[in-house]
Design a protein around this ligand. Structure first.
Ligand SMILES: Cc1ncc(COP(=O)(O)O)c(C=O)c1O
Length: 414
C-alpha cells in the first residue's frame, strides 16, 4: 500500500496556512504537531454539548464520565496497556513531577536514581529534585556522543541493589535516536529498580508496546501526537495500587483517579480519543480492534517516515557545510528528527531565515540541555532541529533541502 499522505493532510486545517503565498511546512513535529479536523470537532462537540464535572446524577456529568472512560481506553490501545492503568494530567512534565514525588516517598539516604545524559530535562530534573528531598543520590548514565545515544554499558555499570529507579527516554527529542529500552528494563529489573520511560518523542513515530518493553511507567503528551495538550501516564496497575500519591482527601482513593489531581480537561480528553482514532485509521482499519489498527498504522507510519528520512539524509550528504548530529542510516534506530549545524550560521539565524521562507524548524537546545552540554553546544546556541511526521511530504523535504543548499552556500549570518 502506498502511504496516503495527501488524504491524511487534507484532514488538517492548519495545512491551509501560507507565508507569502507559499504553503507553510511544519517541520518541527518534535516541538508539537498539528491536529486533524476530527480532533477539533471532538473538542467542539464536547464544549457545545454542555459540560459538567464527573460524579453528578445528570446527563452532562455522564457525558464527561464517558469522555474520560473513552480516552482511557483509546490511550490503552495506543500504548498497549489497560484502561485502568492510564493516568491523565496537564502535560508530561507536570505528571512526572507529581509521580516522582509520590514514588520518592519511599526513598531515603543510600538509595539511588539513575537518569541519562540523553534525556529531555522533564525526565531528569523531577528525579533530581525528588531525590534531593529524600537524601537519595542521583547518577547520570553517560551519553555516547558518537551516536548520540545513552551509553548502555555505562548505564548498566551503575546498577546495583541501591538503585530504586531508572529514568530513560525511548527516543531523543533532539537527535531522534531510539534507545533500547527493553535492554534497560531487563538490566534494571535484575537489581529490583523500576523503569520510568519518557515516550513523548517516540509515540508519534513508532509503535509503543508497554508489555513488550516490560517497563513500569510510560509517559507521553497528546500535542506531540496530533492531539490536544494533555499529558498521559501509563503505569503498571500493581504499582499504581501500591504508590501513595499526593491528593486532596475527597478525591478518588483508587488509581487511576487517585493520581489525577483536580478536574481533568474533559474537552481535551475528547480530542485525545479522536487523535488516537486518527492514528488508528491511517492503515484504513480504525473500526473493529483498535489496538490492531494502531499496530498496522504505526508500521505504515514508520515505513513512510523512513522514506522521508532517506530522502533528507541523502540530500544533506551532498550539501557542503551541513553537519548532522545523529544516525545517518535512515534504517537505523531513529525517528525522522534531525539535529544539524550549518557552517557560517548560528542555529537561531538559520531557523529564522528558514521560517521567513515558510519552513518552520526549531533552534536551540529544546530542553535537551544535558546532551547539548555534553556535546559542547549549549553555549553556542545548540543546533537546528528538523522533525518530520507522517503528514510531511517529499515536496516539503525537497523545499527544505533546496533552502538549506542555498543558505549553506551563502554562509549568511555569523
Ligand atoms: C522528549 C520529551 N520529553 C518530555 C517533554 C515534555 O513534555 P510536556 O510539554 O508535555 O511537558 C517533551 C516536550 O518537548 C519532549 O520532547
Amino acid at each position: 500500500m502506498s502511504f496516503p499522505v495527501d488524504d491524511l493532510r487534507a484532514r488538517f486545517p492548519a495545512y491551509r496556512r501560507t507565508v507569502d503565498g507559499e504553503p507553510v511546512a511544519y517541520l518541527d513535529g518534535p516541538g508539537g504537531t498539528q491536529v486533524p479536523q476530527a480532533v477539533i470537532e471532538a473538542i467542539d462537540d464536547y464544549l457545545r454539548g454542555g459540560g459538567s464535572n464527573v460524579g453528578g446524577g445528570f446527563a452532562t456529568s455522564h457525558v464527561s464520565e464517558a469522555v474520560v472512560a473513552d480516552a482511557r481506553s483509546a490511550m490503552a490501545d495506543l500504548v498497549g496497556g489497560r484502561p485502568d492503568e492510564i493516568v491523565f494530567g496537564p502535560n508530561m512534565t507536570t505528571l512526572t513531577f507529581a509521580m516522582s514525588r509520590a514514588i520518592a516517598r519511599g526513598w531515603g539516604p543510600g538509595d539511588r536514581v539513575v537518569v541519562t545524559g540523553l534525556d529531555h530535562d522533564a525526565n531528569i530534573t523531577p528525579w533530581v529534585m525528588a531525590a534531593a528531598d529524600r537524601g537519595a543520590e542521583v547518577r547520570f548514565a553517560e551519553l555516547d556522543p558518537s551516536v548520540p545515544t545513552v551509553d548502555l554499558d555505562h548505564l548498566e555499570s551503575l546498577l546495583d541493589d541501591r538503585v530504586r529507579l531508572v529514568a530513560v527516554t525511548h527516543a531523543s527529542n533532539a537527535f531522534g535516536t531510539v534507545v533500547d529500552v527493553a535492554r534497560v528494563v531487563r538490566s534494571a529489573h535484575r537489581v529490583g529498580a523500576l523503569v520510568y520511560v519518557d515516550g513523548v518523542h517516540h509515540t508519534p513515530h513508532r509503535l509503543v508496546d508497554v508489555g513488550e518493553l516490560g517497563c513500569d511507567f510510560y509517559v507521553c503528551s497528546g500535542y506531540k501526537f496530533f492531539g490536544p495538550h494533555v499529558g498521559v501516564l501509563w503505569g503498571r496497575r500493581d504499582l499504581l495500587d501500591e504508590i501513595d500519591p499526593y491528593r486532596v482527601r475527597p478525591a478518588p482513593a483508587d488509581p487511576p483517579g487517585a493520581f489525577e489531581t483536580g478536574t481533568l480537561a474533559f474537552e481535551a480528553l475528547a480530542g485525545l480519543s479522536a487523535a488516537v482514532d486518527h492514528l488508528a485509521g491511517i492503515a484504513g482499519a480504525a473500526v473493529g480492534d483498535r489496538r490492531k489498527a494502531v499496530v498496522a498504522s504505526m508500521e505504515a507510519v514508520a515505513s513512510y517516515e523512513r522514506e522521508l528520512s532517506r530522502r533528507f539524509l541523502a540530500g544533506i550528504a551532498s550539501i557542503e557545510g551541513v553537519d548532522l548530529y545523529g544516525i545517518d542510516d535512515p534504517g537505523g534506530p531513529r525517528t525522522p528528527t534531525f539535529a544539524i549545524g550549518v557552517a557560517g550560521w548560528t542555529p537561531s539565524a538559520l531557523a529564522g531565515e528558514l521560517g521567513r521562507r515558510g519552513l518552520f524548524v526549531w533552534a536551540g537546545h529544546y530542553y535537551a540541555v544535558e546532551p547539548m552540554r555534553r556535546l559542547g553546544l549549549l553555549e553556542d546556541g545548540g543546533l537546528v532541529r528538523i522533525g518530520f511526521v507522517h503528514t510531511t511530504t517529499s515536496t516539503e523535504v525537497d523545499r527544505l533541502l533546496e533552502a538549506l543548499g542555498e543558505l549553506a552556500a551563502s554562509r549568511g549570518a555569523r
